[in-house]
Design a protein around this ligand. Structure first.
Ligand SMILES: [Zn+2]
Length: 436
């Protein structure tokens, strides 16, 4: 691979505190050096990538992605997901184990990793199941899964209802140093509710899902983390109370991290008014008080990461009445532009944005990515922060098209993306032969 100099751009790296004009030298798949503009002018035999007027940041790391392979390849494959990822600025994605069959064995983990290697796009980091078949009864073989390449464990899609099982899972995973990513929902409280429980759900005649269904499980897992010293990661926190609980747990020194999804920040329960099933997700969109609490968590550092919760579904799963529709939306190609939107609106600083998308998630799962520190893997995004574009079905690389952001004007477009020094996106499009 020919060395590359990315020159003239504004480098932002939250992990090292860089925020200014620098040139980046990439060699042997690694970031070799970052120096003042022009420092590599005399370097011979390098390819030069012009980044003037652009932001140069680490590749984004997504802690929460649903690839539908094996089992539901018509919704998404490892390949289409990994390609959508790099187009959206994600160079590493952690994929949830709720495939069919579930990723509860080294064999499935290896199958996913083989597909990812063949795709040659984003790094795909499998998450293993907490329980066999995700049924919440028997522990999955964590060391076998970790050895095969799993970076965390989760039964996401479903909560781990049994506190005793959760305790033992935390104790095992602590020995491996890996976190458990928790989908927090007490099903005795959520009772199949399909939107936030509020005066609006009553008016709309839809069964409500009360925020407390999430809060009680967050509280339980905080106490289990305190008791076992295990690592708990709270998936898609959506309530103000949930953020408060996590803030206090962190102040108590408990090993806990959390993520928020862009849709919980930029949409709210009012988005459901037209019964658009692309606004049906789990946890459901909340009222503005909760959204305010999430932004407070972004501002004070309680929230570690923005994660897409990319959940592809076919038309048949969504073109039904609201109460029967499947939950979840796409996220890989919209999360970074939506974060740029929040940044340009002044809700978060540029460095905080990069922290939430890159170094924060890497820290939460202990991954060696999300930074441009010399010596680290050259996963780099060159982003045009001013370019506006219309998000349409044609722009979607995923096999599914379920997004409430269709038709929205997004700001911020990925121009060039490198994974381990290999260019996978050039001039905003996938590099034709990713295997070369
Ligand atoms: Zn979930």
């Amino acid at each position: 691979m020919q060395p590359v100099v990315i020159e003239g751009g504004h480098v932002i790296d939250a992990a090292t505190g860089l925020d200014g004009n620098f040139d980046v030298l990439v060699r042997h798949g690694l970031v070799e050096a970052i120096e003042a503009p022009g420092a590599f002018r005399s370097a011979g035999d390098v390819r030069r990538v012009d980044a003037s007027g652009k932001w140069v940041m680490p590749g984004c790391v997504d802690l929460h992605v649903h690839l539908r392979e094996p089992g539901e390849e018509w919704k998404e494959t490892v390949q289409t997901g990994a390609e959508a990822a790099v187009l959206g600025g994600y160079t590493a994605i952690c994929c949830m184990p709720n495939t069919k069959p579930a990723n509860d064995s080294a064999e499935i983990t290896r199958y996913i990793l083989e597909k990812a290697r063949a795709a040659g796009a984003a790094r795909v980091l499998p998450i293993g199941a907490v329980s066999m078949e995700r049924k919440g009864k028997n522990l999955a073989p964590y060391s076998e899964l970790a050895k095969a390449g799993c970076v965390a464990f989760s039964d996401d899609g479903d909560p781990v209802a049994d506190a005793g099982l959760m305790r033992r899972a935390l104790e095992w995973c602590l020995m491996l140093g890996l976190p458990i990513a928790c989908h927090e929902e007490d099903r005795n409280l959520s009772c199949g509710g399909c939107m936030n429980e509020s005066p609006l759900s009553l008016r709309m005649g839809l069964k409500g899902f009360p925020g407390v269904a999430e809060d009680v499980m967050i509280a339980r897992d905080i106490e289990l983390a305190r008791f076992t010293k295990g690592k708990v990661h709270i998936c898609h926190v959506s309530t103000a109370r949930g953020v408060d609980l996590i803030r206090r747990a962190k102040n108590d020194g408990i090993e806990i991290t959390c993520e928020v999804a862009p849709h919980h920040l930029l949409l709210n329960e009012e988005s459901v008014v037209g019964y658009d099933t692309n606004c049906k997700m789990m946890p459901p969109l909340k009222a503005s008080e909760d959204v305010k609490g999430l932004f407070a968590g972004l501002a004070d550092g309680t929230i570690d990461a923005i994660a897409s919760d990319h959940a592809p579904h076919d038309r048949d799963s969504k073109q039904v009445e609201f109460s029967r529709a499947t939950v979840g939306i796409l996220g890989l190609q919209t999360s970074l532009p939506l974060a740029v939107e929040m940044c340009l609106a002044g809700a978060i600083s540029r460095t905080r944005m990069v922290d939430l998308l890159c170094s924060g998630p890497a820290r939460a799962f202990g991954l060696p990515y999300g930074t441009l520190r010399p010596g680290s893997a050259a996963d780099v995004v060159v982003l045009d922060p001013r370019r506006e574009w219309l998000f349409s079905e044609e722009s979607i690389r995923s096999k599914s098209k379920n997004s409430p952001f269709l038709g929205r004007k997004l700001v911020g477009a990925t121009q060039h993306v490198f994974v381990g020094g290999k260019q996978v996106v050039a001039d905003g499009g996938l590099v034709a032969d990713l295997l070369k």
